[in-house]
Ligand binder design. Sequence first.
Ligand code: BGC
Length: 744
Amino acid sequence: MLKNDQVNAFKLSGMAVLALLCTANPVHGQQATDADERAADLADQMAGQEKHNLLHGILAMPVIPGTAMPEDSPLGSGYVPGVSRLGIPHLAETDAGLGVAYHSGIRGDGATALPAATAMAASFDTELVERAGRMIGGEARAKGFNVMLAGGINLARDPRNGRTFEYFSEDPLLSGILGAASVRGIQSNGIISTLKHFAFNSQETGRHVLDVRISDAAGRESDLLAFELAIDYGNPGSVMCAYNGLNGEPTCSSDYLLNQVLKRDWAYPGFVMSDWGSTPGPEAALAGLDHQSGAQIDPQIYFGETLAQLAQSDPRYAQRVEDMNRRILRSMIVAGLLDEERTWPRPIDFEANAELAQEVAQQGIVLLRNRGNALPLADSAGSILVVGGYADLGVMSGNGSSQVMGQDGPAASIPMGDLGPLSFMRAIDLHRSVPLKAIRDRAGAAIITFNDGRYPQSAAREAAKADVVIVFATQWMMEGYDVPSLSLPSGQDELIAAVAGANPNTLVVLETGGPVLMPWLDQTAAVLQAWYPGARGAEAIAAVLFGDVNPSGRLPLTFPRSLDDLPRPQLDGADTLVPSFSNAENRGQTVIADYEIDGADIGYRWFANRGIPTLFPFGFGMSYTSFETSNLQLTAGSHPAARVTVRNTGGRAGGHVVQVYTLDGPANIKRRLVGFGRVELDPGEAREVHIPIEPRLMANWDSDAGQWVIPAGSFTIAVANSAEDMGISSPLVMQRRVVPAGLN
Ligand code: BGC
């Protein structure tokens, strides 16, 4: 346990603060036992039809004919009727991790859009992500929801994944810890949050027909570890299984994933809900699925009458029905859903929430290049040309079920075309936060002009006349569709090259869902990675451009040099799968996605372990000041830790992310992030930072014994500036140790 002064010694060390918070979490201890008893008692009192009420729900959107919409609940992603005789309320479910989903305005209201989860992850700021979760959970509750389908933590196994923007990172520790923080924040409102998509849902195109192949050990040390950590540190009330298959089984009827890994090995006490339309059949109940979501999308309501009949003749089903109800009720009780009458709508302080969204965007922006200190922009710039990226209209957002929009809807909605009932969702929706205006508001006397960037030659002609050029480049992503390449679409590479060729003082702001290639990089003066920056994205970008905010974001994903350097230069299924939201065109085929190629070596581990150079490594990010790290001290034992002194050696206050990695160790352990934290320092200031090391990152998963084992021997531990710049390092000798399940 840390002493108070150690906690204060650094503004925020993710895991230290987490450890403290988790000890105080009400789901542990007596209260959990009480919830179990109360849930069991209620489940016992259920009779007849009541036993199946909670086991299936609908998509609560009027898009599929024949389903009556709920009258006692807001429209949204899902609705599950309660059992009024027993005082059990309904469940009202909304997406997702970036705020209360807009669903094309079906409710006629909007919400506060956080920046992409990649931006949140770039902050490496556990406390900030928890506050962001608290904010969106507060809006969900104020709008009448009591379940948020938020907590997307799939690892970025491939940067082309169309939901990269919705997840956090490529690293199990970072994703697990930040996913937990988001869940804790959301659930602090007395609602349930949902970790998803369990598991290995790392591709979108053809997601319903992809069958992932990966071994137990590789899975446990990568994608599954993120879930394990997020469950231990976040206590989510529910977990959502995924559309894809795993080693020949749909994940929603995978006995291995649901019964063995989740419920047996991790002792998960909450409930598993299916993704919408991903329940394979009633037998999934025996494999560990507790709830059929969006049941009208499936061929049948399996978890209603069908399950009831099976339960009458087969005690295994009868037992499961009991257990399914208990689990759902337990999570409802822990969230406090049974203990108060909830009224909605309640007022929301949109102004305060937008300020928080801006803070997240600012902390998440990553400065990738800054030739000759081109940034921050001097107040003396006489003329600035802003080019492209819809910078005169708004900022980019990612679409799909997680799409959030402000109260007045999108600034512009550009249809991207598709077939089927959900085709209206396929559009580029821009938030009402306008970069051109934000730059004008901040640039004082400078003359600001705009060129839409459609014709590179005309943009270049105007660029030649300006003191500074800021090009906004965008890459739109959407659930259901992977991007086919990492190049900026629609000729933006040619545009940037032409503009930078005409004016060397060209700055590029990237609003992308994930990594992109940058063939023009050397021609530019500076590059900012702004992700999808949310409700106040433009203001955040302007604050960094003009130096009101010192950038401190670090990449949560590797930016590769070429698709050829990825584990799968061509995605499995790229030749046969039809990109489509409904996926109807792909039914009937099975595409094997071979994740054993990279195994647990996702992202930077893949590149570092094979010596493949990157464009920008995981953990990379520049600042307007400089930092020096010294005096590394390591502690072994059951609570390993690193202690290091960080000094701000530059002329501006700024934030620094302390990244602790293993470089090598016994039993073939190689590069892994094992701990992280942040420190904010004034110019000249130095502080000692204490970073707890997560024991499971020092261990290998022993599949035969079914346990985490730290091998005996000497590890090289580095406090690094990125996954490629290893800073200072020191040996750490560990004894062999079995790491017990759960929090240590
Ligand atoms: C998505 C889930 C989402 C659900 C409900 C599915 O298509 O994969 O992430 O929570 O829809 O909207």
